[in-house]
Write a protein that binds this ligand. Structure first.
Ligand code: BGC
Length: 356
C-alpha cells in the first residue's frame, strides 16, 4: 500500500506546470486547465504540508492572470453598475490554460467562488509560510476585492458549474471569506461588505434550520460544509452548521463517501473524494476525530495501485443511467484529480493537529 500522504504531494508537484498553474487532472481532456477554485485549495494544501514554494508559484501565476485582465475587471464593474448584463468577454474566467490564456472552447465561466477562495488562500499562504507577498499580488488583491464587492449579488454558475440563474450559498460564503481575509492583509477594509453578505445569507439562504444549496431551494449541497471550514460564515459549532451537516449526512451519504447534491447526474452522481475529505475536515475541526478517521480510511481505499485518487467513485449512484453517456462523452472519471489529493492532505493535516 502506497503512503497516500507522500504520494499526494508527489502527484500535485509533478502536475504543477513551470508557470505555477496546477492542472485539474492530467488524464482527462476537459480538465487540462487550471481552475482558480481547485488551484486555491491546492495551494492551501501545499502550504499545510510545508511546500510553500509550490503555493507561492501558484499564487504568482493567479496574480498575473488577473493583472493581465485589469481592463476586464474594470469593465465588469462598470457594466454591472449600469445594471446591464455581463458578456463572456466582460468577466474573469473560472479556468485558464496553464500558460494563463483563456481556453478556446466555451465553458461555464462566470463563477465567483474561486476568486473568493483565492483571496482566502492568499491569507493562509501568508500565515502558514510567514512570507511576505510578492509585489504583483498587492495590486491584484484590490482588483479582485473590487470585482467581488461589485458582483457578489449576481446570479452565477455554482462551484459545480451549474444553475447559472441562482444565488448560491457556497459562492456567497467563499466571497465573504475572501473579503474578510484580505481586509486583514490588503490595503482596503471590507468589513461592511462582509457583514452585508453574511446577513444576506442568513436572510435568504436558510430554510428549515439549515443552509440551502441556493436562494429559493430547500435542499442541501455538500459544498455547504464550506460554510463551516474553511469559510467560517458561522462558528463551526453553530446550530445552523450542525443541522446542515446533519442533513448532508442524511441526504448525501449512505455509508461511504459523500454525494454532491440529490439530483446530481454527472457521471451518474457518485461519491466524491474531495467532499468526503471536506466532511472529515469539519469533524476534525469540531473535535470529533472519531467521525473523521473512517472518512480518511474510506478515501485511502479509493486510490489506485499508483496512489491516484479519482474525482468520484461510482458507488450508490444517484442515477446509474447517466454513467455510460458521460463515459462515452468524456472518457472515464478523471483520475488523478488534483483537488481530491489536496482535500485528502487537508483532512490528513487536520487530523494530525486534532491528535490526543
Ligand atoms: C467540477 C468543478 C471543478 C472542475 C475541475 C468540475 O466537474 O464541477 O467543481 O472545479 O471539475 O476539477
Amino acid at each position: 500500500m502506497t503512503d497516500l500522504y507522500q504520494r499526494s504531494i508527489e502527484i500535485i508537484l509533478a502536475n504543477q506546470h513551470p508557470s505555477g498553474a496546477y492542472i485539474a487532472s492530467p488524464n482527462f481532456a476537459p480538465y487540462r486547465y487550471c481552475w482558480i477554485r481547485d488551484g486555491s485549495f491546492l495551494a492551501y494544501a501545499m502550504d499545510l504540508v510545508g511546500e510553500h514554494s509550490s503555493a507561492a508559484r501558484y499564487h504568482s501565476w493567479a496574480a498575473k492572470v488577473v493583472n493581465q485582465r485589469e481592463e476586464v475587471v474594470r469593465r465588469a464593474i462598470e457594466i454591472n453598475g449600469l445594471g446591464k448584463p455581463l458578456a463572456e468577454s466582460d468577466i474573469l474566467h473560472t479556468r485558464y490554460t496553464l500558460e494563463g490564456k483563456e481556453a478556446e472552447e466555451g465553458w461555464h465561466n462566470f463563477q465567483l467562488d474561486g476568486y473568493g477562495t483565492w483571496l482566502w488562500a492568499l491569507g493562509e499562504h501568508r500565515r502558514l509560510s510567514g512570507r511576505s507577498f510578492f509585489k504583483e499580488y498587492v495590486h491584484t488583491i484590490d482588483l479582485v476585492a473590487d470585482y467581488l464587492s461589485a458582483l457578489w449579488r449576481s446570479p452565477c454558475y455554482d462551484c459545480w458549474e451549474e444553475f447559472p440563474d441562482k444565488i448560491h450559498t457556497y459562492t456567497l460564503a467563499a466571497v465573504c471569506a475572501g473579503l474578510h481575509a484580505c481586509s486583514s492583509y490588503g490595503n482596503m477594509d471590507h468589513t461592511d461588505t462582509v457583514q452585508t453578505i453574511r446577513d444576506f445569507i442568513h436572510a435568504h439562504n436558510v430554510a428549515e434550520g439549515h443552509y440551502v444549496k441556493y436562494m429559493g431551494s430547500d435542499e442541501v449541497d455538500a459544498s455547504l460544509i464550506g460554510l463551516s471550514v474553511p469559510y467560517r460564515v458561522a462558528t463551526v459549532s453553530d446550530a445552523l452548521i450542525y443541522k446542515t451537516v446533519d442533513r448532508i449526512e442524511t441526504d448525501l451519504r449512505q455509508n461511504g463517501g459523500v454525494h454532491r447534491y440529490p439530483g446530481d447526474t454527472y457521471y451518474g452522481g457518485g461519491e466524491w473524494i474531495l467532499l468526503t475529505a471536506w466532511l472529515g475536515w469539519h469533524y476534525a475541526e469540531i473535535g470529533e476525530p472519531e467521525r473523521a478517521v473512517p472518512l480518511l480510511k474510506w478515501i485511502e481505499k479509493q486510490a489506485d495501485e499508483n496512489g491516484n485518487l479519482p474525482e468520484q467513485v461510482p458507488n450508490n449512484l444517484n442515477n446509474r443511467s447517466y454513467l455510460e453517456p458521460w463515459c462515452n462523452r468524456w472518457g472515464n472519471i478523471a483520475q488523478p484529480l488534483l483537488w481530491s489529493h489536496a482535500n485528502y492532505l487537508i483532512l490528513h493535516t487536520a487530523l494530525d493537529q486534532s491528535g490526543p
